[in-house]
Design a protein around this ligand. Sequence first.
Ligand code: PXL
Length: 270
Amino acid sequence: MNGKKILTVQDLSCVGQCSLTVALPVLSHYGLEAAVLPTAVLSNHTMFKSWSYLDLTDEIPKIYREWENNGIKFSGFLLGYLGKSSIMDLCRTAFDKFSEDGAPVIIDPAFGDNGKLYGGFDGEYVAAMFSLLKRADIILPNITEASYLLGEQYKTQYDKSYVEGMAERLRAATGATVVITGVEQDGLIGELIFDGGKPEYVLQEKVPKFSHGTGDIFAAAFTARYLNGDFLASACAEAGKLVADCLKATADWHGYGVQFEDVLFSQIKK
Ligand code: PXL
């Protein structure tokens, strides 16, 4: 434990390892104390053919009242799938009321992949997220999310100028450090980091598998390493390696997310 307490704000999907059910073990693995603000409870994530959805917007002010009563503060924030734009103002309240000095706000917009929005999201949600990103220190969009946020074309074949252009425009609009995830270059995959200076790529070999929840694992590992003092590039490299290892350990795509348990907890096995 390093004494850092991070608040992660995401949904609780009961089945299909993603959002809180992966953020918690990953943050703990890297020695952070993980506090949660669940935004919604779903029967399962939205890549299954149907799901139930309990929105927790009304519960959050009650939670905040008790956190204020108890003098609770956090050393950083990681936001993922929020579900409804009504949660976004409550996130701003959390940054205002519950931040320790210098607590970074890291936001994964978590609303789409492979050129499409996740089920239940629309342009209004994307616009509200775009506005919330102005409160972030670091944003972690994938290429789908970057293109939706900017209202630009989603491409699967692109050159550096496509991703670097989007990173520049996102930085100009939000003021945040931009880390675009899932960037493919020369048969490799990784992140483009843009902090206003020279764009930096952190690439590795691509594991030829797709799984749900890998963005959530990346965001949690990146955040943990960043809060532990890593530079952006090494936090990306570590988080990218964890995602690759988890994908390799996962038999095949089955809708239940990656099997990260053997990767994170191999030392305490059987
Ligand atoms: O992994 C992102 C994610 C998180 N939470 C829910 C989702 C998704 C992606 O589909 O449906 C509920």
